[in-house]
Design a protein around this ligand. Structure first.
Ligand code: PBG
Length: 337
């Protein structure tokens, strides 16, 4: 080698051998910048009516909708692995969906029954209740629809009523995922007025109008109802400064933590929000991301477990305080093993 590699180049390399710390597993562990633990995970669960019922979601192989009794079991398992919180999403019975989404504030709706059953059986796990109308309305939009338009303030009124029944049923965190303006301030005011001043608000602050939500809409049964898209309220994926305005506004209105959604295609947003605001920032690895990993792995294109782990580390590296992921239980088990 020395025949054709001048000695001064070797000297130049001496202080620049970045491979030195990568040479063995112990050394890689030693210099690792981020860690992933089960306490980074929030596990989304889909709830269905009935007893001892579980149904498959075609576009999310490995994820099932669970009846309340089975969700309680799942919550027990999650708590045992050190997962701090669950995020619940109801697949409301068809005959309970309506134009005005009245089921959203029925104190005996599926969401409330799941919240109170889990809170009673597994009090040590945090419960995050999604607030949006798509899970209760007949048209799959997150807001009330009139003449093809999504009404902002009227939607917020329904959301307030919805959040109150959820808080009463045992929700620890109210998570508005609708992207209406002013809903965080309205929720905070009403929760405080009704004696729920300790109930947190985790706002889906930078939520993009994304094609990656497809499988979720199958899971909650809103997809086939949805006409049009959600671009008049969810964010344009071409924008990033606007995400900071959304986050600033929600924090000013009283959000305790904020979320960026989807996850992997939006790591730049996670990083910017993290650097700009000194608050907990959560990221949602959404259903379409899950589906991409599963179907690519099933086709033999990628190594499943390695790809999942890499995706979760990427969120932590980008600055996420925690990750909503359908892999929460499986990965918590693997990390604890
Ligand atoms: C609806 C809601 C959606 C998701 C969470 N809450 C879908 C949407 O906005 O259409 C998506 C989550 C996922 O894709 O995993 N309020």
């Amino acid at each position: 080698m020395s025949d054709y590699w001048p000695k001064h180049d070797m000297e130049f390399l001496a202080g620049r051998r970045l491979r030195r710390t990568r040479a063995s597993a112990w050394s890689r562990n030693l210099v690792r910048e981020t860690v992933l633990t089960p306490s980074d995970f929030i596990w989304p669960l889909f709830i269905i009516d009935g007893q001892n019922e579980r149904t498959q979601i075609k576009t999310m192989p490995g994820v099932e909708r669970l009846s309340v009794d089975l969700a309680v079991e799942a919550a027990r398992q999650a708590a045992a692995e050190g997962i701090p919180a669950l995020a619940l999403f109801p697949n409301t019975q068809d005959d309970r969906r309506s134009e005005n989404a009245e089921e959203a504030y029925n104190p005996d709706n599926l969401m409330c029954r799941a919240l109170s059953a889990i809170k009673e059986a597994v009090p040590e796990i945090g419960l995050i209740a999604d607030v949006a109308l798509d899970e209760y309305s007949s048209d799959g939009q997150d807001g009330l629809v009139r003449d093809g338009r999504i009404l902002n303030d009227e939607t917020v009124h329904v959301m307030i009523r919805s959040a109150l029944v959820q808080a009463k049923a045992g929700a620890d965190i109210i998570a508005p995922s609708d992207m209406m303006d002013g809903r965080v301030g309205a929720l905070r005011a009403v929760l405080d007025a009704e004696g729920f001043e300790d109930t947190q608000i985790m706002s889906y602050a930078a939520k993009y109008a994304s094609a990656y939500y497809g499988p979720f809409r199958e899971a909650v049964g809103s997809g086939s109802r949805l006409r049009g898209d959600k671009r008049t309220y969810q964010m344009d994926y071409a924008n990033s400064d606007e995400a900071l305005r959304e986050v600033a506004q929600d924090l000013e209105e009283g959000a305790d933590s904020v979320m960026v959604k989807p996850g992997m295609p939006y790591l730049d947003i996670v990083r910017r929000v993290r650097e700009e605001f000194n608050v907990p920032v959560f990221v949602y690895q959404v259903s379409g991301e899950y589906a991409m990993l599963e179907f690519a792995a099933a086709a033999g294109a990628i190594n499943r477990d390695a790809s999942i782990l890499e995706s979760l580390y990427a969120f932590k590296r980008a600055g996420a305080s925690g990750i909503l992921t359908y892999y929460a239980l499986e990965m918590a088990r693997k990390l604890n093993a």
